[in-house]
Design a protein around this ligand. Structure first.
Ligand code: PMP
Length: 359
């Protein structure tokens, strides 16, 4: 008999990129600029590192499976109750817990294309049918096309803003328009992995907007990007209804957030000065590199995140491989119609100069 479920056998392997320590072993040269995973060149707050060192002394004990102090802290910072907050082993873990809790085989899931791979593959694992709505040609969010798909009453609408990999952020008005078109039973999963990078004038309180809507909803955030803790694996979700959180607490891995990650996340949240430095550098570099790319003739999507998505003019893996030969890692998109596009993370100014030089 076939052991592996067909939905799983059909899935592509998650393209997770190459960890830094394996680059030299694989390619025989040093990695000079790792710009393929939207990590922070400034790393975490020093307070988070110190907290992990202190927490290391206590690793003989299991951590708090309910993550109560972290949930209370996020509740305080966002004006929500701890019951509405859930922590996980990265926000990937929470996407899995969410889909495990709500998706039945043949359910319909709607997302945007191009998008973070797990929004699609996570749903496919559970036998969902996924509709991917492409961005408009001018890289505005495909609001009307999404509204049309919502007429089909999908189980879940999931997308990120700012979009990974494209970079644009949805406006409050566009977001509200989408919500008015949604059947009240459609779950809205709004992935804010890069929200810290959005310019203050363009940011809006998605939680408040979702609280006004009738739809079940969850906002996802992560410590992997602006907080510089990708290796610690920690993310959180805030749902409008604690019942969704209770369900996800059952479907998630109970001790998914380890003691070191939990202590780092708490300190990272408290160090707003470090966060401000990270965002300021990423914003400045994004403007500089976007101008340099367009001066070189590469079309670039407008970005509100810590990366840029640009048209390489040919299948993007060709450029990615050439840059890799010079020790520079970027992420080539593989999916049509974006197979000529690549995503480059804003590294340190020196790393970004290496990228531009290699380009
Ligand atoms: N959502 C989006 C949009 C992402 O880009 C990523 C990371 N690439 C994640 C979620 C997952 O992040 P993590 O699991 O590291 O929290």
């Amino acid at each position: 008999r076939d052991l592996i479920r067909q939905e799983v056998a059909n899935l592509p392997t998650y393209n997770a990129g190459l960890a830094m320590d394996r680059f030299k072993a694989t390619y025989g040269i040093d990695c000079l600029a790792k710009l393929d995973s939207n990590e922070s060149p400034l790393g975490p707050s020093p307070r988070a590192i110190e907290a992990m060192q202190q927490a290391a002394a206590g690793v003989a004990r299991y951590p708090d499976a309910a993550n109560m102090s972290l949930r209370a802290l996020v509740g305080e910072l966002t004006g929500t109750q701890p019951e509405n907050v859930i922590f996980g082993n990265g926000s990937e873990d929470l996407i899995g817990a969410l889909f495990r809790a709500v998706i039945r085989p043949q359910d319909h899931v709607v997302t945007i294309c191009p998008s973070f791979g797990l929004h699609e593959f996570g749903a496919l694992t559970f036998g969902a049918r996924v509709t991917k709505v492409p961005f408009n040609d001018d890289w505005s969010f495909p609001v009307e096309a999404l509204c049309q798909q919502l007429q089909r009453k999908p189980r879940v609408l999931i997308f990120s803003s700012p979009s990974n990999p494209a970079g644009p952020a949805i406006s409050e008005q566009q977001f509200r328009r989408i919500l008015t078109a949604a059947d009240p039973e459609t779950l809205i999963c709004f992935d804010e992995a890069y929200v810290e990078f959005v310019a203050p004038g363009q940011r809006f309180d998605a939680l408040a907007v979702l609280a006004e809507s009738r739809n079940p909803a969850i906002v996802l955030r992560t410590f992997s990007k602006a907080y510089g803790l990708a290796g610690a694996r920690v993310g959180y979700g805030i749902a409008s209804d604690p019942q969704l959180i209770q369900a996800m607490m059952k479907t998630r891995n109970p001790f998914g957030v380890n003691a070191l990650a939990a202590s780092a996340a708490a300190e990272a949240l408290k160090d707003s000065a470090h966060l401000a430095r990270v965002v300021a550098q990423a914003t400045q570099e994004r403007e500089r590199i976007a101008a340099a790319l367009s001066a070189k003739g590469f079309a670039c999507a407008p970005s509100q995140a810590n990366f840029l998505f640009f048209d390489t003019g040919a299948p993007a893996h060709i450029l990615a491989e050439k840059l890799r030969g010079k020790g520079v890692l970027i992420k080539a998109w593989q999916e049509a119609p974006y197979e000529n596009w690549a995503r480059v993370t804003m590294g340190s100014p020196a790393e970004n100069d290496i990228f531009l030089g290699a380009l």
